[in-house]
Write a protein that binds this ligand. Structure first.
Ligand SMILES: CC(C)(COP(=O)(O)OP(=O)(O)OC[C@H]1O[C@@H](n2cnc3c(N)ncnc32)[C@H](O)[C@@H]1OP(=O)(O)O)[C@@H](O)C(=O)NCCC(=O)NCCS
Length: 194
């Protein structure tokens, strides 16, 4: 029950969600935005199957912002889409999952391998809070010229510095500095790029 968890808090779930506080993913504003995001992503993915180049024009309606020359392959999955900002000259391969409850900010010239997941939302470890469907989200920031290998998972709250390379299959649970190669689960820096 929403009232029990948020007693005395006059804010709506959508308002709590936007500032990164605990919220429950329900209510007309959140439900409508989730459906619209899913529909726009599905339209993009369906059109991509027929006309990969033609589908790119839909991205301006689906995403919060997209820079010149950025190319995304379908299928693409988002929560809202509107909380994703991606710079110019980027490339995202098949199957990007970008759960943008909190903002996802992607710089310029970023390369994203197949089946990468950018996951801003988190569920409580506490059993009662999780059963009550509470969740919260923290932003993801990916710097210019980063390369995320295939299957990389980036968790909420993570910032990856520019030029860094993340090896295939890595799970990035905390910030990575600029100009390094990081691999593994959890992702650890294995060398600097000089
Ligand atoms: C990380 C990567 C770029 C190689 O970078 P590199 O600096 O040349 O790294 P190296 O090959 O010298 O490996 C450095 C260490 O990391 C390990 N390593 C490399 N890639 C790894 C990965 N994906 N997962 C776990 N460990 C990895 C190596 O075994 C090595 O460890 P060791 O020193 O204990 O032997 C490459 O392995 C990779 O993962 N590429 C992604 C490919 C991909 O996803 N392609 C899809 C198109 S986007």
């Amino acid at each position: 029950m929403t009232e029990d968890w948020f007693a005395g808090d006059p804010r709506t779930n959508a308002e709590r969600m936007r500032v990164g506080d605990d919220y429950i993913a329900e209510g007309p504003e959140i439900s409508r935005a989730l459906v619209e995001g899913a529909q726009r992503a599905a339209q993009f993915s369906a059109l991509y199957a027929d006309s990969p180049d033609g589908a790119q024009a839909l991205l301006t309606k689906l995403l919060g912002a997209i820079g010149e020359g950025t190319y995304i392959r379908g299928p693409l999955f988002v929560d809202y889409g509107t909380n994703i900002t991606i710079g110019s000259g980027c490339f995202a391969n098949y199957g990007l999952v970008a759960l943008d409850v909190a903002p996802i900010t992607i710089g310029n010239d970023v390369q994203i391998g197949p089946n990468v997941q950018l996951l801003t939302p988190n569920h409580p470890v506490d059993a009662a809070r999780r059963r009550a469907k509470l969740e919260s989200a923290t932003p993801i920031v990916i710097g210019d010229n980063v390369w995320l290998g295939g299957g990389v998972i980036v968790l909420g709250g993570v910032t990856i510095g520019e030029n860094t390379v993340v090896g295939a299959g890595a799970v990035v649970i905390r910030d990575l500095p600029a100009n390094v190669v990081a691999v593994g689960n959890p992702a650890r820096v294995v060398r600097e790029i000089t």
